[in-house]
Design a protein around this ligand. Structure first.
Ligand code: PLP
Length: 409
């Protein structure tokens, strides 16, 4: 009889967003006139900058002409985009276009990267964090069973992010040496960016212990403080131990268009069991050519437009809009004496629940009393209990109104 991959049964059902929807829908059904404002969404709301739209349209026109039609594209991305990324995002960082792989999302790549490492690799993951890292390791069978008592998987090395360490992971917290280390900066959901000195500790640790860092910088464009690196390759030696993921989703409004990229420097080498030295860059290229069709030409032309002078300007306007929302949320909370992390280098605000309520109790209170929706922190890991994530991706007036409702009561 056919057997399924039972690792899927080891996944903890992520009820987070479906439970939120159910609760909001039930409340709406009972209170049809309630003016509910959603500060829980992790999706952008501002339209795609015009210059990107024009570029996609032009590329589509090319597809309709015999002379410029394109079929299957290169799996790892068109040179024109890889080159632009190398010149702009990695200027002075010694990253070559062949080390940049265009993909349809940082979600897919942070999930798929598990393919290229041995199942015996030990993995370190922060808590709270973006759930894809953990779940993709569960699916491939790299974790042990989930323990209901501890709320944790066996075989995973958890990096506890707490108020005491200001939600910044440090290698000194590790109880054993991992082979793979997931780091997310600025972090989803805490909104905290890792400082250069902290990131250097991780890179040095990885060099010493022969670990590989998987660095998710999906929110890099929101960074404003000088000591928060935009790329891990700003740290000396990172090009031998770190893979970096970036995305145009939150940066340029591509959540619907789909385009992102992953950087795997050729200097990352691993010894196979037969003694052969293997470049991860080659392995990922091989994987991509087997399992991925590449991102469509028209979308890559859209992404290319981000790097024009006008593109940079238009994209920045959207980011500044969201960043202003984040500032407003954070300032108003702090004026009220509510502790809030993030919101400076990130579109996320990590609110410490001011009363003795759990994440879900506070969620219910915001929904029913103020008609505001947030995301319960516990949905991102055990350490998220007692916190709520608010996002800055909404409309300005609605954002102000939502936060006023919370602080005025
Ligand atoms: N990485 C982090 C930390 C995220 O929060 C998200 C989206 O919410 C992603 C990656 C996914 O990015 P993409 O839309 O490129 O798949």
């Amino acid at each position: 009889m056919i057997k399924i991959n039972e690792n899927f049964l080891n996944l903890q059902q992520n009820y987070l967003f479906s439970t939120i929807h159910k609760k909001v829908d039930a409340y709406k059904a009972q209170n049809p006139n309630a003016d509910i404002i959603n500060l829980g969404i992790g999706d952008v709301t501002r339209p795609i900058p015009k210059i990107i739209v024009e570029s996609v349209k032009k590329a589509m026109d090319e597809m309709g002409e015999k002379a410029t039609f394109k079929g299957y594209g290169p799996e790892c991305g068109y040179e024109f985009l890889r080159q632009k990324i190398a010149e702009n995002d990695y200027k002075n960082l010694n990253i070559d276009k062949d080390e940049i792989f265009i993909s349809d999302g940082a979600k897919c790549d942070t999930g798929n990267i598990v393919d290229i490492f041995s199942l015996s690799a030990k993995v370190a993951i922060a808590d709270p964090v973006y759930p894809v890292y953990l779940d993709s390791n569960v699916i491939c069978g790299r974790t042990g069973q989930y323990n209901n008592n501890t709320g944790r998987y066996e075989k995973i090395i958890y990096i506890n992010l707490t108020e005491e360490n200001k939600f910044e992971p440090s290698p000194s917290q590790l109880e054993e040496i991992p082979d793979l280390i997931y780091l997310c900066s600025p972090n989803n959901p805490t909104g905290v960016g890792m400082k250069k000195e902290t990131l250097k500790l991780w890179v040095d640790y990885a060099i010493t212990n022969k670990s590989i860092i998987l660095f998710d910088a999906a929110y890099e464009a929101f960074i404003e403080e000088d000591n928060i690196p935009h790329s891990i390759y700003e740290i000396d030696g990172a090009d031998k131990v770190a893979i970096e993921f970036k995305s145009y989703s939150k940066t340029a409004g591509f959540t619907g268009l789909r385009c992102a990229y992953t950087v795997i420097p050729k200097r990352i080498e691993i010894q196979a069991s037969n003694g052969e030295i293997i470049r991860l860059n080659e392995i990922w290229k091989r994987r991509s050519s087997t399992k991925f069709n590449g991102v469509s030409y028209i979308i890559q032309r859209g992404a290319e437009a981000i790097y024009s002078e006008e593109g940079k300007k238009q994209v920045k306007e959207n980011i500044l809009y969201y960043k202003q929302n984040a500032k407003i949320i954070k300032n108003k909370l702090e004026e009220k004496g509510i502790i809030a992390f993030g919101g400076i280098n990130s579109p996320y605000i990590w609110l410490k629940i001011p009363e003795n309520l759990t994440s879900w109790e506070y969620f219910d209170k915001l929904l029913t009393k103020y008609n505001v929706v947030g995301t319960p922190g516990v949905g991102f890991g055990r350490n998220g209990e007692g916190y709520l994530r608010l996002t800055a991706f909404g409309d300005r007036e609605k954002t102000i109104e939502a936060i006023d409702r919370i602080v005025k009561n």
